[in-house]
Design a protein around this ligand. Structure first.
Ligand SMILES: CC(=O)Oc1ccc(/C=C/C(=O)NCCc2ccccc2)cc1OC(C)=O
Ligand SMILES: [Co+2]
Length: 171
């Protein structure tokens, strides 16, 4: 079912998520609900904490060349760890927990990640481009960090001003 997405400055988003120890039906239900929620909100990535569940679970489903978001390219990562990262890339990021705000964020261009799939099988993958950016963005959520915390001082002031104005205008 579609779950509520926590929105900045909800304190729960700052929690550090915990390792998954049971690869059971509850995890599979969470993954299903995360996917339904993400797709309904037109997102391409979501971490469990964004639906209020502080577990090391993230999903990413990029849109393909024709603009379709098919579950064939859905990544479900449980207890992910970045083994290597190198290079630098900049991309205009957005987040379902910070709706309507986008900004240039610098991240590693290439990463090597090890994670478990929904059945607890160990997977190891290397990513570049948008997948590398998405994995790093979602893994920051597992540490309670939002992309706006990587903004320069001046850009963050711009964000704070914009966000306050939006809150006053009642979204
Ligand atoms: C108003 C509003 O909510 O705008 C949105 C903002 C963000 C998003 C989705 C963001 C998202 O999926 N981010 C995943 C992390 C990520 C960021 C950049 C590159 C890779 C991965 C969707 C929005 O809604 C619509 C209708 O576009
Ligand atoms: Co996000």
């Amino acid at each position: 079912m579609i779950r509520e997405i926590l929105v900045y400055p909800n304190k729960l988003l700052r929690e550090t998520s915990k390792e998954v120890t049971h690869f059971d039906v509850h995890l599979h239900t969470l993954l299903h609900d995360m996917y339904e929620t993400m797709v309904a909100k037109e997102g391409i990535g979501l971490a469990a904490i964004q639906v209020g569940v502080p577990l090391n679970v993230l999903i990413i489903n990029l849109v393909d060349e024709e603009g379709y978001q098919t579950a064939e390219t859905l990544y479900e990562m449980i207890n992910p760890v970045i083994l290597e990262k190198d290079g630098i890339t900049i991309y205009q990021e957005g987040c379902l927990s910070v709706p309507g705000y986008y900004d240039e964020i610098e991240r590693a261009a290439h990463i090597k990640v090890v994670y478990c799939d929904r059945d607890g099988n160990r997977c190891e993958e290397e990513f570049t481009d948008l997948m590398a950016i998405a994995v790093q963005h979602e893994m920051d959520h597992l540490k309670g960090r939002l992309f706006i915390e990587k903004l320069s001082y001046l850009k963050r002031k711009k964000f704070d001003k914009e966000w306050k104005k939006k809150q006053k205008a009642g979204k």
